[in-house]
Design a protein around this ligand. Structure first.
Ligand SMILES: NC(=O)c1ccc[n+]([C@@H]2O[C@H](COP(=O)([O-])OP(=O)(O)OC[C@H]3O[C@@H](n4cnc5c(N)ncnc54)[C@H](O)[C@@H]3O)[C@@H](O)[C@H]2O)c1
Length: 418
């Protein structure tokens, strides 16, 4: 450790556990008071591809552990995937039109696991139909400026809950770090850095073309897939490997950076940045449209700078895909290192060094279970809509900044990108 004069104070698992238990008890008590608290929660899934299927397995595992949850309806614009999902889940209702799914009485929560340019629209339509929503990240496509803020307004108007699929937020590490920061453990916040690396599995290798002869018609709704995106003739690569194309994806910025930027924004209470710059491009992979290398810097009103960087080169298996955030304050530095939240005071600071064991790591089942608890108790999830709207807008700004080689600003009073 750099500052040998400070001996680390270990805040025990028991101390954190007691606090967590108290808040969980409060939530559980609230849950018992709401109508239908013990009733089965019906989930409708829009998007039955890779991620949608992963959610099906998580929900089935929760159900087998006694959770009152059931997948009751499915939607996908490609019928073979719909049929496969129906077989896997046993859901009785399947449709290619999401309006029919969100209108169903037996659906309480809608899971949105479609390509990025549909997330905001599916989420709003579900909320307007009275459903809570688990929306996969990112909240909106990079060109859909203002949509994240519209989603926040609709959530407020309809009093619906939205959890955004940054499952890393299920780790207690970030709540523990946030509490330390709020207690002043590193003093006034100055800057933070994080990053994301993933070797070229963007679409070229990572997204299979189910059927190279697939064509629009009764089994594939190309018009609906395109939605509000610029129109093209059908192309199986665009349909199945949409992550490679600007029309449906934003590349690392809006896709991968969410995983670390969301916990960072949560720990530091970042809100919206004043301005963002970014660099990058296709430095390694030619087939895709979106960048493989992406670096951004955002300045926030409280004079905090955040740096996020990434390329596709990494050993995903052993090194992991990303860099845990490092947060620098005037009096110290906070980092997440293995199973600990670590605080190292600045030289000469009177603050103590800390090494806090992380009470619980990332757990997709717990992330879902916590959302079910929130839906019964009508409490906001940690990875909620307001936090994620600010993150989504920041990453939209970064994508615009890179594409247009300019500094993109946010009008804080008008709450819009300028
Ligand atoms: N949280 C995570 O770790 C994580 C991991 C992977 C993907 N994701 C997110 O999940 C989303 C889906 O990614 P994926 O890898 O599953 O993609 P995918 O292509 O495998 O699945 C998307 C599915 O949506 C269907 N679809 C497209 N437009 C539709 C529409 N208008 N209505 C209904 N269905 C439609 C497609 O036919 C396809 O089956 C992405 O936005 C991605 O960012 C999150």
């Amino acid at each position: 450790m750099r500052h040998a004069t400070h001996s680390p104070r270990r805040v025990g698992r028991r101390e954190f556990g007691a606090r967590t238990a108290a808040s969980l008890a409060a939530v559980a008590a609230a849950a018992r008071q709401v109508r239908g608290a013990g009733d089965r929660i019906g989930v409708g899934i829009i998007g039955c591809g890779g991620r949608g299927t992963a959610h099906m397995h998580v929900l089935r595992a929760l159900k087998s552990r006694g959770e009152e949850v059931e997948i009751v309806a499915l939607c996908d614009t490609y019928r073979p995937r719909l049929a496969r999902a129906a077989q896997l889940t046993g859901a009785a209702f399947a449709t290619m039109k999401h309006e029919e799914l969100v209108a169903r009485e037996d659906v309480d929560i809608v899971l949105v696991a479609t390509p990025d340019h549909w997330h905001g629209i599916h989420t709003i339509d579900a909320m307007r139909a009275g459903k809570d929503v688990y929306c996969e990240k990112p909240l909106a496509h990079w060109r859909q400026l203002g949509l994240p803020e519209r989603m926040v307004r609709v959530a407020e108007e309809t009093k619906r809950l939205v959890q955004v699929g940054c499952q890393r937020m299920s780790s207690t590490a970030y709540a523990q770090a946030r509490a330390l920061i709020r207690e002043g453990a590193i003093g006034t916040l100055l800057m933070a850095s994080t990053g994301y690396y993933r070797i070229g599995d963007w679409g070229e290798r990572g997204m299979p073309i189910d059927d190279p002869n697939a064509a629009p018609g009764a089994d594939l709704d190309w018009e609906r897939f395109q939605g509000d995106a610029p129109k093209h003739d059908f192309d199986a690569s665009r349909y199945f490997r949409w992550r490679m194309y600007w029309d449906y994806s934003g590349g690392p910025g809006t896709d991968n950076y969410v995983h670390f930027y969301t916990p960072l924004a949560y720990m530091m209470d970042l809100g919206y940045p004043d301005r963002v710059v970014a660099t990058g491009g296709k430095f390694r992979y030619e087939e895709r449209e979106v960048p493989d290398t992406f670096n951004m810097i955002a300045d926030y009103p409280d004079r905090i700078t955040v740096l996020c960087h990434g390329t596709q080169g990494n050993d995903f298996q052993t090194l992991g895909s990303g860099e845990q955030p490092l947060i620098r304050g005037w009096d110290g530095t906070l980092s997440i290192e293995g199973a600990q939240v670590v605080v190292r005071p600045t030289s000469g600071s009177a603050k103590p060094a800390l090494a806090l064991p992380i009470a619980a790591g990332t757990d997709e089942q717990r992330f879902w279970r916590d959302f079910l608890v929130c839906c019964r108790a009508r409490t906001q999830p940690e990875s909620g809509i307001a936090l994620n709207a600010a993150v989504a807008t920041t990453l939209q700004m970064a994508t615009l900044a890179m594409r247009e080689s300019r500094c993109v600003r946010f009008d804080q009073a008008g709450k819009k990108v300028v």
